[in-house]
Design a protein around this ligand. Structure first.
Ligand SMILES: C[S@@+](CC[C@H](N)C(=O)[O-])C[C@H]1O[C@@H](n2cnc3c(N)ncnc32)[C@H](O)[C@@H]1O
Length: 215
């Protein structure tokens, strides 16, 4: 199998920074399609879009294909190597040619990213199950704060990671994962959400779509 330079970058960063990368492989097309579903609604209005954790751009590529005139996309990435790869991709790859002037790659951390109530759509690839629940709480506060009332936040998690992992991990990790499950479950309930299972991904993933209530 021949791997592209970008896939090699992902594999190397996954080894070097597994804590923040949280995946062995980039997301597949079906997962990216579900995650970006809200952008595919016919005759929708232009949106200010935020993608958090684009990695090597597997989801960004689909976002770009679904962008319309008047949209803008900020792609926020904490890993400098991924941020560099993303800037090159957006500047040179044909999939981005129609909308590249509407896209900005930003190197930074979601927790300290400035702004309030700005984005109509947030697509998030953060590996929440790798973090402690305090950090996950801060990340969701930031995501919710950046979203406009009536805006949508879509994120994914690997299916059954909690149930599959739980029997094989120590009590500290078990408590951590259960805490994250409880916290994210409460957030989904409070905001209102729908969930879809994508089996055609390695590993299979759950995509959650959350809606920020108006006012
Ligand atoms: C599971 S990978 C997802 C990559 C890509 N979106 C995909 O689906 O293939 C998680 C991504 O989130 C980024 N990330 C992790 N923590 C972050 C943070 N605090 N702020 C912004 N990006 C972060 C990682 O560097 C990585 O690119």
């Amino acid at each position: 199998m021949v791997l592209s330079g970008r896939t090699k970058t992902f594999l190397a960063e996954s080894r070097r920074n597994f804590h923040t990368t949280g995946a062995l492989l980039p997301s597949g097309k079906y997962l990216a399609m579900e995650l970006t579903k809200q952008l595919g609604i016919p005759h929708r209005k232009p949106l200010k879009i935020l993608e958090v954790g684009p990695g090597i751009g597997s989801v960004t590529r689909i976002i770009a294909k679904r962008m319309i005139q008047g949209d803008t996309l900020d792609a926020l990435e904490i890993n400098p190597s991924f941020a560099r790869t993303m800037s090159e991709l957006v500047a040179k790859d044909d999939d981005f040619s129609a909308h590249r002037h509407q896209i900005q790659v930003i190197e930074g951390d979601i927790v300290t990213f400035p702004g309030k109530g700005e984005y109509g759509a947030i697509l998030c690839g953060l590996p929440f199950n790798n973090f402690d629940s305090e950090l996950v709480g801060k990340m969701f506060d930031a995501l919710e704060g950046l979203l406009k009332p009536g805006g949508r936040l879509s994120y994914f998690e690997y299916w059954a990671i909690q149930t599959l992992k739980l029997p094989f991990v120590g009590s500290k990790t078990r408590l951590r994962l259960k805490g994250i499950g409880r916290l994210t479950g409460e957030i989904r309930k409070r905001m209102g959400s729908s969930t879809r299972l994508i089996l055609a991904n390695f590993p299979p993933a759950l995509v959650h779509h959350l809606l920020k209530p108006m006012g």
